[in-house]
Ligand binder design. Structure first.
Ligand code: GLY
Length: 254
């Protein structure tokens, strides 16, 4: 069944890492409520949610997408690109090990799942401050026997590749193409974010539903105009932690 691993918001989220946005005060209670609504929506859309306990000393630990990728055949655990986040991986790996065999990328390679856009057996991987060439090399070597292709993508304008591009299904990408090199994605159809909403490219496609941040109505209209079924979710408090929608869960069949 469709399974989503999530982790409760850390009380330390106010001290989260920030790379491309400025720090604003974060209301912990609102962040928790928004995260709870996210989990409820995943459940409503058919996922079994495995909600892990919060990690009080790890501000960004709710972003469970970053320390791992879960594929049908195995899961791969990463050293995160941010040293302050590296301790997040251990307890997440323990949770994932109930569902998959684990493989590991090791230092000096580092990767973050926010940089990995998987479309079928292609893994487009952003080369960013968080994910380096050695990390990509190790990931490609681990996945080659399982016939996955690892394709590097240069990212310049944002935290992760998936801050700039996500797949809505039907071979369609939602993107801010000014933030990365779109050349590796030839053959896909594009929906560009509204220029007034540069952060609007991170959508979460689940079944036939596109979960989309409520704060980007202009881009939402563009997505709906192409016939996608969109459900808006308020993640405004979490966006202050440089959050999108994909980063708060690891979704897989189990
Ligand atoms: N606050 C999310 C990150 O920088 O990793």
């Amino acid at each position: 069944m469709l399974t989503a691993i999530t982790r409760a918001v850390s009380p330390a989220i106010v001290n989260c890492e920030l790379s491309f946005i400025s720090r604003q005060p974060i209301e912990l209670q609102i962040a928790r409520e928004q995260h709870h609504c996210y989990e409820q929506l995943l459940e409503k859309l058919g996922a079994r949610v495995v909600s892990l306990a919060s990690q009080p000393d790890l501000p960004d630990s709710m972003f469970v997408e970053d320390p791992a990728i879960v594929l049908d055949e195995l899961a791969v655990i990463f050293p995160l690109g941010t040293e302050s986040r590296r301790l997040e991986a251990a307890s997440l790996a323990e949770a994932i090990s109930k569902f998959r065999t684990l493989a590991y990328v090791t230092l000096p390679g580092h990767l973050e799942g926010g940089d990995i856009l998987r479309i079928g057996r292609k893994l487009f991987v952003g080369v960013t401050k968080r994910s380096n060439a050695e990390g990509l090399r190790q990931l490609a070597a681990i996945l080659a026997p399982h016939h996955y292709q690892v394709i590097p993508v240069a990212v310049t304008g944002c935290l992760h590749l998936k801050s700039a591009v996500t797949c809505l299904g039907r071979q369609t990408l939602l993107a801010n193409r000014t933030w990365f090199d779109p050349a590796p994605f030839s053959g896909y159809d594009w929906i560009d974010v509204d220029p007034r909403e540069p952060h609007a490219a991170n959508a979460l496609a689940l079944g036939n539903t596109i979960i989309f941040p409520a704060s980007f109505p202009r881009t939402r209209a563009r997505v709906e105009a192409q016939g996608f079924d969109v459900t808006a979710l308020d993640i405004s408090e979490l966006q202050k932690a440089e959050s999108g929608l994909t980063c708060s869960s690891l979704i897989f069949e189990a």
